[in-house]
Design a protein around this ligand. Sequence first.
Ligand code: AP5
Ligand code: MG
Length: 213
Amino acid sequence: MKIVMLGAPGAGKGTQAKMIAERYGIPHVSTGDIFRANIKNGTDLGREAKAYMDKGELVPDELTVRILLDRVAQDDCKNGYVLDGFPRTIPQAETLKKELDRLGESIDFAIDVDVPDENIVKRMGGRRACVTCGATYHIEHVPPKKEGICDVCGGELILRDDDKPETVQNRLNVYHTQTQPLIDFYTAEGVLKTVDGTQDMKDVFNAIVSILG
Ligand code: AP5
Ligand code: MG
C-alpha cells in the first residue's frame, strides 16, 4: 500500500501518518523529518535545507526528489509506505509518478487532511517537538506527562524554528500556491480522498482507516 498525505502545514499529516504506519506495518517517510535529522547531525544537506526551512520556503525539488527516491528504494519500503510532506509541488509528483510507472507501481491513496488556515495558526503555536527523537506534542491536545520533557526518550521539548507565527504564515502561502494544486493532480489520478482534519485526532484516524480498509 502506497499512501501520500496531503494537507497544509500543521494539518496533522505527521500525526496521522505515524498512526497509519503503526496500524498497517509500513514505514512513515517524512521529508521534513529527514531534513531535520540532517540539520541536527550537522550534515551538508542539513545546512542547505535549513536555509529554506527557516524562511518557510520549500527546499529545491532536485534535492528533495533525490532524497525521497533514495529512501523509498530501501528494503523496508518494498511493501509500501506512507509519504508525509512529499510530494509538495507538481514537478515532485510527476517525478514520483514517472519512477513508480517505471516499476509498474502507483500511489493507491492520496489523503487530504483538510483544515482551514484559521485553525492552523492556533495549532502551530501549541506544537512542541522533541529535540532528541522528534516526537510531537501539543500543549493542549497532546500534552506530555511532564511539561517540556519527552514521554518517549526524556529529551527536551521545543517550539520548531519554523513554527513562529511569521514563518507559519509564509508556509501557508507557499502551501496554497505550490502544494494545493496536487489536489487536482491526485483527483485526476483517481486516488484523492478528503478527510475533515478539524475533528479530534482519533476521529480523523477512524475516517482514514475506513478509506484504507
Ligand atoms: P514538514 O516537516 O513536512 O512540515 P509541514 O508540512 O509544514 O507540516 P508540519 O509537520 O508542520 O505539520 P503536520 O501536518 O505534520 O502536522 P502535525 O501532525 O505535526 O516540512 C517542513 C519544511 O521542510 C518545509 O517548510 C520545507 O521547507 C521542507 N520540506 C519538507 N518536505 C519538502 C518537500 N517535499 N519539498 C520541499 N521542501 C520540503 O500536527 C500539528 C500540531 O497539531 C501538533 O502539535 C499535533 O499534536 C496537533 N494536532 C494534530 N492533529 C490534531 C487534531 N486533529 N486536533 C488537534 N490538534 C492536532
Ligand atoms: Mg509533520
